[in-house]
Design a protein around this ligand. Structure first.
Ligand SMILES: C[S@@+](CC[C@H](N)C(=O)[O-])C[C@H]1O[C@@H](n2cnc3c(N)ncnc32)[C@H](O)[C@@H]1O
Length: 210
């Protein structure tokens, strides 16, 4: 199902690069956390790369990270490819992170990054994504999850409540997930989780495999 989202009208440049304003706005704060949390060298899988803006900007700023962009939608790969050619940025490939079994194909990974996806998929899909990501990491590896969350079952602003309601109206199975539920699921896998508060009420959870 194709969702109507604030960034659904992402603009394309003549060379095929699509542009999502949200990815431009949140890139700086996310990168600041990545620079603190990622090792100087390592292999990172990005889930749901979307337009490819983050992959291009983050891989350029983190030259020791071998960056693998992916997305479930094959139509996104051309834009991801068009954004950048860097020695540490791999060609994008299709990956459905909600499909059981992908960890076996991708491990060992030093990091997995997922930005603005958990609220767009069902809880069972999030469970699979989290379990597979944890299983794909090396000991000490990190799963980094950015996005909007419920706190104690509630949205943190009127805008978040409206967006969450608009998602549930489009598909009752999707919508914001509660941060405690996500953290509990990760801790049950033996992950140590740290929460970073980022602008506009969004969080970046860093779950490290012990
Ligand atoms: C809101 S966009 C976020 C894109 C990018 N991470 C960003 O922040 O700009 C959501 C993305 O999730 C992708 N997606 C949806 N379901 C997915 C799944 N099951 N596995 C991987 N990617 C998925 C969509 O194709 C879309 O590119």
């Amino acid at each position: 199902m194709s969702l109507s989202l604030p960034d659904s009208g992402a603009q394309s440049t003549p060379d095929g690069r699509r542009h999502a304003p949200s990815a431009e706005r949140n890139a700086g704060p996310i990168l600041a956390v990545l620079q603190r949390e990622l090792p100087p060298r390592g292999r990172l899988l990005e889930i749901a790369s979307g337009t490819g803006q983050h992959a291009a900007q983050f891989a350029a700023a983190l030259p020791g990270i071998d960056w693998q962009p992916t997305d479930v939608n094959p139509e996104n790969l051309a834009s991801i490819r068009a954004w950048s050619a860097l020695p540490n940025l791999r060609a994008p490939v299709v990956l459905d992170a909600a499909s059981p079994g992908w960890a076996a194909e991708w491990r060992p990974l030093d990091a997995v990054l997922v930005v603005n996806l958990l609220h767009l998929i069902a809880q069972t899909a999030v469970e699979t994504l989290l379990d597979e990501a944890c299983a794909a990491l090396v000991p000490g590896g990190a799963l980094l999850i950015y996005g909007p969350f419920l706190r104690n079952g509630r949205a943190t602003s009127e805008g978040d409540a409206k967006f969450d309601a608009s998602l549930r109206a489009q598909d009752p199975a999707i919508g914001y997930k509660d941060v405690d539920w996500v953290m509990g699921r990760l801790q049950a896998q033996g992950m140590m989780v740290v929460q970073h508060d980022l602008p506009t009420n969004n969080l970046l959870l860093v779950a490290r495999r012990t």
